[in-house]
Design a binder for this molecule. Structure first.
Ligand SMILES: [Zn+2]
Length: 406
């Protein structure tokens, strides 16, 4: 979804730890709808010529955009301090939701923890396409790229805008301050693509792309994959009982608990390390023979659809609802995994919109080959799952299941 942000990833009806209580600012659809309905004035003027470039005393590494909190005047020491404090608590594609499956959605950008009132600067050249929202804490500024119409950066939970719709903006130009007074201060930064024929004034016309690759943040820690995996009947909440050796049959959804830690995925106390991975692949083997190799979700090429309803449908396709897998709310929102339904992806070729139609995909243990013989005759199989983060760090984990079809 869009301007919302759950700073805590959310499914707890009761918050068990004091730390959570301050961090768990649940974003709500109501706020979103208010934002959609109560759009403030937006771009009506044509952009004028860009201003002069602003030079950074200590620019980001070559090929990367500056972070929005990077003041161009920062010295080397100030830049290093900013990078030391960089904490991305939620990222693109991450599971968010409450206590109903319908409340699930995919986080569409990067939540960068920053104190309220922190000055933000444009990460790119462009012009102000819109300033949205009327509710404090739910306002956003959208800056469309220069020379690339239909692509923009949206900075949500912002206020005190120093530019107006239509104004040209260069990289490093001050644009707004962080304003999320109801919870932990942060800017929600999204890479947006406007639907064809859409308007920057309508959030329903927005689609969201993977933003990580625009920015530099070291990450040397590979994803964490939990074993054993979970196995469900396809498109169902009926689980194949997890015993010593789980027995499956028919059409199977493979569900794997994964999270991505990293140097900038946690704060100085160690809270965090629960980000969405970049990409997942899996293989099914028998006696060292690979019978199936598939790409699963690849968030680097995924587009998160625009409306809350579509987003929720897609979230229920990518992830198993927390309470389907776990009866209790998480003990802590730190280091919690998400339950990826890895068999629900058709793989990715170029950019594609995540699509609830792929819910029907599964591991069909009754599949037969061209000669009519079963591809997965009754017996033991190894499921091997590889997860990669945006920096390419990789983890592989495996589990064994017994196929037993009548
Ligand atoms: Zn957010």
């Amino acid at each position: 979804m869009l301007v919302c942000s759950v700073i805590e990833r959310a499914p707890a009806p009761r918050l068990r730890d004091a730390r959570l209580a301050t961090k768990a600012t649940h974003c709500c659809w109501i706020a979103l709808f208010a934002l959609v309905l109560l759009l403030a004035d937006a771009c009506s003027r044509n952009p004028t010529a860009p201003e002069k470039p602003i030079s950074y005393v200590h620019p980001p590494p070559n090929g990367f955009f500056p972070w929005p909190q990077h003041d161009p005047a920062y010295s080397f020491a100030e830049y290093n301090q900013m990078m030391e404090q960089l904490f991305i608590i939620n990222n693109f594609g991450q599971y968010q939701g409450g206590t109903t499956p319908e409340s699930m959605y995919l986080h569409d950008g990067l939540d960068i923890i920053l104190e309220n009132e922190t000055q933000l600067f444009s990460v790119s050249d462009g012009h102000v396409a819109a300033i949205l929202g009327s509710m404090e804490g739910q306002r956003a500024i959208v800056i469309e790229d220069s020379g690339s119409f239909g692509s923009a950066w949206m900075y949500a939970h912002t206020d005190r805008f120093s530019v107006q719709p239509g104004d040209p903006v260069t990289q490093g130009h001050p644009i707004a301050i962080v304003s999320f007074p109801t919870g932990l201060g942060h800017v929600h930064l999204s890479r947006v693509s406007l639907r064809e024929g859409g308007s920057w004034n309508s959030l329903d016309d927005y689609q969201y792309l993977f933003p990580d690759s625009f920015f530099f943040y070291p990450d040397s820690e590979p994803p964490v994959i939990e074993t054993p995996f979970y196995f469900y009947q396809n498109k169902s909440d009926t689980e194949f009982p997890r015993t010593g050796s789980t027995v499956v049959s028919g059409e199977v959804d493979i569900v794997v608990a994964i999270r991505d830690p990293g140097e900038h995925a946690r704060d100085s106390s160690g809270f965090g390390d629960r980000l969405c991975v970049g990409r997942i692949d899996y293989r099914i083997l028998r006696d060292d023979h690979m019978l199936l190799e598939r790409q699963s979700f690849d968030f680097r090429w995924s587009i998160i659809p625009r409306t809350p309803y579509e987003n929720s449908e897609v979230a229920q396709t990518v992830y198993k609802f927390w309470y389907t897998v776990q009866t209790d709310p998480p003990q802590s929102y730190s280091q919690i995994p998400s339950f990826y339904i890895i068999t629900n992806s058709s793989g990715t070729e170029g950019f594609s919109i995540l699509n609830p139609g792929t819910q029907t995909l599964c591991w069909d243990t009754r599949e037969v080959g061209n000669d009519g013989t079963p591809v997965f005759p009754n017996g033991s199989y190894i499921i091997s799952v590889a997860a990669y983060d945006h920096a390419g760090n990789q983890t592989v984990a495996a589990d064994t299941v017994l196929v037993q079809n009548p």
